[in-house]
Write a protein that binds this ligand. Structure first.
Ligand SMILES: [Zn+2]
Ligand SMILES: [Zn+2]
Length: 270
């Protein structure tokens, strides 16, 4: 790092980083909000994952505020990282494709996505440990019905955990800076879609349907994955219809549905 800290330059980079995140939240989120929650509000059974459940207006406002605030924190962190990179912070990040070649750049972009997705699964699963869930992750699970604006509506500590696991690989393996931007934009955008509360099946072959994460909000301790359903399949934490789940059923694998004597699909309020 060189000696002097240029506050003006730092402020510009941070402001642009914040603006980037907020633009994605409000443009993508706004699109689904207007298209479904405003225009087709009267026919939720035709499009909504949970047709009988909507966020109360105060919950929706709270989610918007919390998501927006967390993305300000996110912009502060990524902007500061970009500033530090420009001023000599030593990381394996590279700026010229020629340094590693196209083949490496493309494969490493896919690898970054898979690594970030795996880390997000394990971090999310750790957040479902009873004590961590009750102190932090419960904030995000207050929204049993989701909306696009629930995406980063979470305890700031949890948001920092996800930021940390997303940035961790950048300090270990070489990635092109555009690959990093592509993966970050993909993760935020598709997370908004997955929280939209709208029944959507993606054309992207590796991307699970929106019901996958919507079910996570309904059943709590299963379907921990972010984009790929692979990690849940591997660890047996994908929701099964013959198991009962709920806010009080920790561990990720549910309990036999029959043992509870309750209808298997009953929603559990928290
Ligand atoms: Zn969760
Ligand atoms: Zn969620």
């Amino acid at each position: 790092m060189d000696g002097t800290f240029d506050w003006g330059e730092w402020a510009w980079i941070v402001a642009l980083s914040i603006l980037g995140g907020e633009a994605i939240l409000w443009i993508v989120g706004g699109y689904y909000h207007l298209r479904y929650y405003v225009r087709r509000r009267h026919e939720p059974q035709t499009w909504k994952c949970q047709p009988n459940r909507f966020l109360r207006p105060d919950q929706q406002r709270q989610a918007m505020l919390l998501s927006t605030a967390n993305l300000v924190v996110g912009g502060l962190i990524s902007g500061t990282l970009i500033y530090a990179l420009q001023h000599g912070l030593n990381t394996p990040i590279y700026f010229e494709v020629a340094e590693y070649g196209w083949a490496y750049t493309l494969v490493s972009t896919a690898a970054l996505f898979v690594i970030v997705d795996a880390l997000a699964y394990y971090a999310h699963r750790a957040l479902h440990a009873k004590i961590v869930f009750r102190h932090f992750h419960r904030w995000h699970h207050r929204y049993v019905a989701t909306s696009p604006f629930v995406v980063t509506a979470m305890h700031p500590v949890e948001f920092l955990v996800f930021q940390a696991v997303t940035f961790l690989p950048l300090f270990i393996l070489p990635f092109h800076y555009v690959s990093i931007i592509v993966v970050l934009v993909y993760v935020l955008t598709l997370n908004i879609v997955d929280h939209s509360g709208v029944r959507l099946v993606s054309r992207i072959p590796w991307q699970g349907p929106s019901m996958y994460h919507d079910d996570h909000h309904v059943y709590f301790h299963c379907n921990f994955g972010q984009h790929l359903m692979l990690w849940d399949r591997l660890h047996g934490t994908l929701r099964r219809v013959d198991r009962r789940y709920g806010a009080d059923v920790f561990g990720g694998k549910g309990v036999p549905a029959q043992a509870s004597g309750e209808p298997r699909d009953e929603f559990v309020s928290y």
